[in-house]
Write a protein that binds this ligand. Structure first.
Ligand code: NAP
Length: 289
């Protein structure tokens, strides 16, 4: 049984079954921190059991009743101790041509990535006030620069960034620290999941599939070429935020993000041209018209 880092309190991590959430939970446990790991299927978290520092909860962020239940369960778990951190890691990508994206999928995107994390932070606010704790939201570089076929995820991360800034300003007076980590591409399963869902949607509209396929194939190729970073890059940034040192409240992390931030400041039409060329979409997008 691992020695608990007794001063640290409990840290709640959503999306604990995911690539980044799983890596974070493993790091926190290795550091001797107490963790409440949430997931839609918490039975998948068994690999982390055994340290004696872990409690798991079932939580679907798109379900308001589940968030209310989670608040009660968390209060029970941390009784006599404190909830010192909330890491809103869970998230999904809805991708595909806007012409084909079901509006219900856009709603799900915003529900899971924007409304869920905010609702959870609001529900846990009394506990976080009591501990003068830390909230870490996980955004994405797409909050700064939108690329074709990734409109829904970009809208969600831009929305989350705005709420994050408002939380930082409004919760700061309670002694709560609020951070936003905005990663570039990381090596997890998130893109293969979103790509499979995109292709399943398009398979129902063969005409749209045929029209957009060259552009989507060019985009997929350019993503594969540009590669992705190790989840440790995000884990390190979250750990720095939780440690409460002098770190920026908004951290953009991962390779290639510096160039993307520069692009984001360019005039719109110039940026559009450069983005399309960089993604190999110059002629492919024209062929959709
Ligand atoms: N990977 C990247 O390149 C990248 C880049 C920038 C930002 N991010 C952000 O980093 C975070 C983690 O991404 P990841 O790469 O680790 O993705 P991932 O491996 O696909 O994991 C996503 C996690 O979110 C959970 N989730 C999905 N829908 C949920 C719902 N309705 N309620 C509760 N949990 C739900 C998943 O749980 P289930 O097992 O139940 O599906 C899973 O644990 C996300 O917010 C993502 O936007 C990732």
């Amino acid at each position: 049984m691992m020695q608990a880092n007794s001063n640290a309190g409990w840290t709640l991590v959503t999306g604990a079954t995911g690539g980044l959430g799983g890596a974070l939970v493993a790091r926190l446990l290795a550091d001797g921190r107490r963790v409440i790991a949430t997931a839609r299927r918490p039975e998948l978290l068994d690999a982390h059991q055994g340290s004696g520092l872990l409690r798991t909860l079932s939580l679907d962020l798109s379900d308001p009743a589940a968030i209310a239940d989670a608040r009660n369960s968390v209060a029970e778990i941390v009784k006599g101790d404190r909830l010192s951190g909330l890491v809103n890691m869970a998230g999904i990508i809805v991708e595909g041509p806007l012409e084909a994206v079901p509006v219900s999928e856009l709603r799900r995107q915003l529900d899971v990535n924007v409304i869920g994390p905010f609702a959870l932070a609001q529900a846990l606010l009394p506990l976080l006030k009591g501990s003068r704790g830390t909230i870490v939201n996980i955004g994405a570089i797409s909050a700064h620069i939108t690329i074709p076929f990734y409109g829904p995820i970009a809208a969600s991360k831009a929305g989350l960034a705005a709420l994050n800034d408002a939380m930082r300003l409004e919760f700061g007076p309670y002694g709560i620290k609020v951070f936003l980590i905005e990663p570039g591409a990381m090596k997890t399963g998130i893109f293969s999941t979103s790509r499979a869902a995109r292709d399943a949607t398009l398979a129902k509209s063969p005409e749209l599939d045929q029209r957009y396929r060259p552009a989507l194939a060019a985009m997929d190729r350019s993503f594969e070429k540009s590669g992705a970073d190790d989840p440790a890059v995000v884990v390190n940034a979250v750990m720095a935020a939780l440690a409460g040192g002098k770190v920026k409240p908004r951290m953009v992390v991962g390779k290639g993000t510096r160039a993307l931030m520069l692009l984001s400041h360019l005039p719109d039409r110039l940026r559009d041209r450069l983005v399309k060329n960089a993604l190999g979409l110059g002629s492919a997008l024209k062929s959709t018209t």
